[in-house]
Design a protein around this ligand. Sequence first.
Ligand SMILES: Cc1cc2nc3c(=O)[nH]c(=O)nc-3n(C[C@H](O)[C@H](O)[C@H](O)COP(=O)(O)OP(=O)(O)OC[C@H]3O[C@@H](n4cnc5c(N)ncnc54)[C@H](O)[C@@H]3O)c2cc1C
Length: 391
Amino acid sequence: MQLGLSSEDLAFQAAARDLIGRTFPKGDPFDGGRAHEQRWHAAMAQLGWEINKWPVAFGGPGWSATQHFIWERETTAAGLPAQVGGMGMGMLAPILFAYGTPEQQARFLPDIRANRVRWCQGYSEPEAGSDLAALRTRAALDGDHYVIDGEKIWTSGAHQADWMFCLTRTSQEGKKQEGITFLLIDMRSPGVTVHPIVSIDGRHMFNRVTFEGVRTPAANRVGREGEGWTVAKGLLTHERTGQAYVSLSLSLLARLREAAASVPGANGRRLLDDPGFAGRLSLAAIELEALAMTELRTLSEVAMGEAPGAQSSMLKLKGTEIVQRMTEFFVECAGPYAAPWFPEVFGPPETVGPDWAQPEMVRYLEGRAASIAGGSDEIQRNIIAKHVLRL
Ligand SMILES: Cc1cc2nc3c(=O)[nH]c(=O)nc-3n(C[C@H](O)[C@H](O)[C@H](O)COP(=O)(O)OP(=O)(O)OC[C@H]3O[C@@H](n4cnc5c(N)ncnc54)[C@H](O)[C@@H]3O)c2cc1C
């Protein structure tokens, strides 16, 4: 069995490293800000790699599963995102490939590709989260426009978004899944109001969004009226496949080993050498390797044109569990220095303890949300029980 990389894959790896090194040389690392994001996007775009997950028919580079794997590892090791463009790039584009009209594809995909327009996801409502099909935000056809009234909640990034892809209720008849329609809404439309929600980690990411008589052209409906549930379900599997967090966990594991080597444990040992800690860390590392293999298997099926299906629930569930465990290890390592640190609320903190420990409590708290976002753990277990185990 050949487990090493082929010469083509090694050449690809070298090209990836070259692009990363040229764009962010040592001494000028990626800082996550908008300017650096644009620099990274432009660098990838020179090679057509900014749309690395798009099908060849829509201009994608047609990477193999192994190339995707290499790209994920190389970009994560350099602290870079594997793609930029947020929910438009990763979530809406696959829907437009499958359900968009040629006009919708021509109108929206170029802006997503150029990272010119930010999208947010308007699914959840105060009474419709896990039971998403219970959503009530109403859209009524009035001539060639839909008129929308209602509210969405937990809308990540709505305060920065230009557009929303949104699930609306267009009929009360029949099964509740059948009366749902998928609409694209310009966030600057009169009647759209964004209300900020600050979360426990001190950050403003969430919002509540209200709609009062908001009009969107019927031409912005993706799929047929009443077909929104099918459209949304397809999108969710793409969202969940992207929530295995393998690269993130791998980079956290590497940093964690460094941190644990710098912290004293019991009996004069380094924490990293403490048998109890080291055993638990190894177990997490083994589970992470198994998850990485499962992700690779799924990516390879997706590359061959298959939909990720219920496997995406497994990836999400296990990936969430492991990334949360990493954040717990960090808090354990940091000990008292992991005290809550809310710079957005309290201003810059006085530094106490090692620098690496500073953001760990925020990361830990932020990590809790992963069990809920994109469908809670319990819902993923229900999906696995039904569609994989056939219970
Ligand atoms: C970080 C983050 C980002 C998010 N971003 C967005 C976004 O951009 N757009 C958007 O639309 N939404 C977003 N959400 C919302 C998210 O999709 C919902 O929070 C999620 O679907 C759960 O819904 P809920 O909060 O209403 O909880 P509920 O559905 O009220 O669930 C409460 C509890 O009951 C359990 N439960 C519910 N039903 C069942 C069942 N049938 N069987 C077993 N247990 C059950 C749940 O697991 C949970 O523990 C985001 C959430 C988070 C945490």
